[in-house]
Design a protein around this ligand. Structure first.
Ligand SMILES: Cc1cc2nc3c(=O)[nH]c(=O)nc-3n(C[C@H](O)[C@H](O)[C@H](O)COP(=O)(O)O)c2cc1C
Length: 192
């Protein structure tokens, strides 16, 4: 998965329910970025596409704020990568009976079986689920617990979304904007 600058404005402007997957795939070609290093890692784990939509929307909003974002699927994550970045956003769903999406299976198996040395990491977490299921947002909660056990610090309380609740999504964007805004531009310089 490439840089967020590859995602076109039509992706950010639409709604997950209104933009079909084939149209979302037709993002414009990449535009060159001047930043040599990404400042903010944004990882998503999705089973049916909703988390990916919100990750891309979040990344597009950050890009409009002037923040360099590296958008990746969960299956490229490693302890080394997490330990190498000062901050990240995670957008994950829960599937099956309280399980992680398939693309996060390898990460769960190889990385989450024990705490990792992530004391330098600050993060924000958006957790998608549906309270109709017995284990609401179970993967997001497990991920948060593991990050905490690993010494990482949540920059704001994890935002849990019940069945695409619009108010919760809005709260996520508000929290992300507040966090990034509080860095006073430092995010693009690798500070904060
Ligand atoms: C087969 C299936 C199983 C699900 N299991 C859970 C669950 O155990 N806990 C939960 O909170 N949500 C569960 N959900 C709801 C999804 O997490 C929710 O619809 C989410 O928005 C899907 O995001 P995604 O498209 O990124 O996977 C399940 C949905 C499906 C279709």
């Amino acid at each position: 998965m490439g840089w967020i600058s590859r995602i076109g404005p039509s992706v950010a402007a639409g709604s997950a329910a209104l933009v079909p997957s084939w149209l979302r795939a037709l993002a414009p070609p990449p535009a060159a970025r001047s930043e040599a290093e990404p400042a903010l890692l944004l990882a998503y784990a999705t089973q049916t596409g909703v988390a990916e939509y919100h990750a891309r929307d979040t990344a597009a909003r950050l890009q409009r704020m002037g923040v360099a974002v590296r958008l990746v699927e969960f299956d490229v994550l490693s302890i080394e990568l997490l330990a190498s970045v000062p901050r990240m956003l995670l957008v994950v769903s829960t599937t099956y009976d309280g399980e992680a999406p398939d693309t996060a299976d390898a990460f769960c198996d190889t990385c989450m079986h024990e705490p990792a040395p992530l004391e330098g990491l600050r993060y924000g977490l958006l957790s998608l689920g549906d309270s109709c299921y017995r284990q609401f947002c179970a993967f997001g909660r497990r991920l948060h617990a593991w990050l905490q056990a690993s010494g990482a610090q949540a920059s704001f309380a994890p935002v849990e979304v019940d069945d695409e609740d619009a108010a919760a999504i809005q709260e996520w964007h508000r929290q992300v904007s507040a966090w990034i805004g509080s860095l006073a531009g430092g995010v693009t310089r690798g500070n904060g």
